[in-house]
Design a protein around this ligand. Structure first.
Ligand SMILES: [Zn+2]
Length: 255
């Protein structure tokens, strides 16, 4: 990939990395609506503004994304899909797809691998973004499993002998992405500049109105709490980039 600018990385060995220019096509895979925005929202907003064709794939239906046990689950699923589409619009993401697995019950089997492999073969991304399945002490099982599904689907998508029915008679062709960026990484080794995309990231996260209380701390005093949330997002980006707003990843090339 071409390079655009350097960012200092303290974590992950203190090496220096170059951030890639916007890829032509990217596929971002999250366990739940809003995961990708938290992990890579600013990067995707910057790439979209530069012309990257981005597809967002959400693996679960988000039906447990509430603290209210009396919530109508099917209504919540619809709400969260609408919120996800609105958030994607804000980031400039072209397409949003939902795998529809039940929130909290995501499993990583050959069936999920096949479905995500087909998405990769259809979208043909240069860069895939996903959860880091090796992140230690992660409590939510969906995040780890989403990362595992993403990695196994990349392996399957690149080799024509995996899920060969997708190729013949399915009409797809094997596809090998150039780069994998794992967000919320156990061992960061790469940063993307987030200054350009940070405002869109915050706005996209706020589009997930049903998650204000449970994940963003916005409840009784929205104006003040929205401002505090935006400050937290910015402070995190500044911390990651050592004073320059950034999002951190574990980057794997030569897939
Ligand atoms: Zn999540």
């Amino acid at each position: 990939m071409p390079v655009s600018r350097e960012l200092r990385i303290e974590k992950g060995g203190g090496s220096r990395e170059r951030a890639p220019d916007a890829p032509k096509r990217a596929l971002a895979i999250g366990a739940h609506p809003d995961d990708v925005e938290f992990g890579a929202g600013a990067t995707l907003a910057r790439w979209a503004a530069a012309g990257t064709d981005i597809t967002l794939l959400v693996l679960t239906d988000g039906s447990k994304g509430t603290w209210d046990s009396g919530t109508d689950r099917s209504g919540l699923v619809r709400t969260r899909q609408e919120e996800q589409r609105a958030a994607a619009d804000i980031l400039g993401i072209r397409a949003v797809e939902f795998l529809g697995r039940t929130d909290g019950d995501l499993v990583s089997t050959v069936a999920e691998r096949a479905l995500v492999s087909a998405v990769i073969r259809r979208c043909r991304p240069d860069v895939v973004l996903g959860h880091d399945p090796w992140r230690r002490y992660r409590l939510h099982p969906d995040h780890q499993r989403a990362g595992t599904i993403t990695i196994e689907a990349i392996v399957a998508a690149r080799d024509a002998t995996f899920h060969a029915e997708q190729i013949d008679p399915g009409g797809l062709v094997a596809h090998r992405p150039a780069t994998l960026l794992l967000f919320e990484p156990e061992e960061p080794n790469h940063c993307e500049p987030a200054d350009e995309g940070l405002a869109a990231k915050v706005d996209a996260l706020l589009a997930h109105r049903s998650q204000w209380r449970s994940t963003m701390g916005i409840d009784t005093d929205p104006d003040a709490e929205i401002a505090a949330f935006a400050t937290r997002v910015r402070d995190t980006a500044l911390d990651v980039g050592d004073g320059v707003p950034a999002e951190e990843f574990h980057r794997i090339d030569d897939l």
